[in-house]
Design a protein around this ligand. Structure first.
Ligand code: DC
Length: 224
């Protein structure tokens, strides 16, 4: 029997990560936050002063990820020179760096193997940009979350404020738009829904309603 997979793709600020974590907990399945891998590559590159267009060096970093850093499929803890930088990859700059390195085919190729290794029984909830289109094309349930750019920027703004990080909403909106453009327009694995994905617009929905909608779909598959 194939191991069941739910893929959750979409642009930033749509609630993918929160939904994936809630579903994984509910189903008792593993979880893959694929964006964290691209963030680690970007973070380590910056730390080692590797320019973000150096494909060879960046793919070397990506290939050595599992060996060099403490990565588990359900969580990512990064130690650089014994310093725990797990929280630091969550910054806006790390998100933007991640989007840059994610446009490099050799980096994506190197991370592909690692992501597929996360598929283990009893099941996997994987979130990212290309989970349904490239990494787990045979997934039985593919969700693509969308939301208006304004609402996504507002959500991110609130998140950062709650963390005590001072940000400017207009600037944040511009950065998110630039990141979306890069993710959608890159030639390799661009952000787009799989042809068999269910598209959920979360603009007017809170996370509990989104979770409820996906729970119904999981029940239809007999997973709940
Ligand atoms: O989901 P996130 O914000 O942590 O992702 C950070 C960046 O990584 C995102 O802008 C694009 C890239 N990414 C990707 O290209 N493919 C994925 N499956 C996940 C993330």
């Amino acid at each position: 029997m194939a191991i069941p997979i739910i893929t959750i793709d979409g642009p930033s600020g749509t609630g993918k990560g929160t939904l994936a974590a809630r579903l994984a907990r509910l189903l008792g399945w593993h979880m893959l936050d694929s964006g964290a891998l691209y963030r680690v590559v970007g973070y380590v590159a910056r730390h080692r002063q590797v320019a973000l267009d150096q494909a060879d060096q960046l793919s070397d970093i990506a290939r050595s990820l599992a060996l060099e850093f403490r990565l588990a499929c359900d969580s990512v803890q990064i130690l650089v020179n014994d310093e725990d930088v797990t929280e630091k990859i969550r910054s806006e700059i790390a998100g933007s760096d991640a989007s840059e390195v994610a446009a490099i085919p050799a980096v994506r190729e190197a991370l592909l193997v690692y992501q597929r290794e996360c598929l283990r029984p009893p099941g996997l909830v994987a979130d990212g940009r290309d989970m349904g289109t490239v990494v787990f094309t045979t997934a039985a349930l593919k969700i693509f979350l969308t939301a208006s750019p304004e609402v996504r920027a507002q959500r991110r703004y609130k998140q950062l404020k709650q963390k005590g990080i001072d940000v400017n909403l207009a600037r944040l909106s511009e950065d998110i738009a630039a990141r979306d453009r890069r993710d959608e327009q890159r030639t390799v694995s661009p952000l787009r829904p799989a042809s068999d994905a269910i598209i959920l617009d979360t603009t007017a929905l809170n996370i509990a309603s989104v979770e409820e909608a996906v729970k119904v779909l999981a029940q239809e598959h007999g997973w709940l």
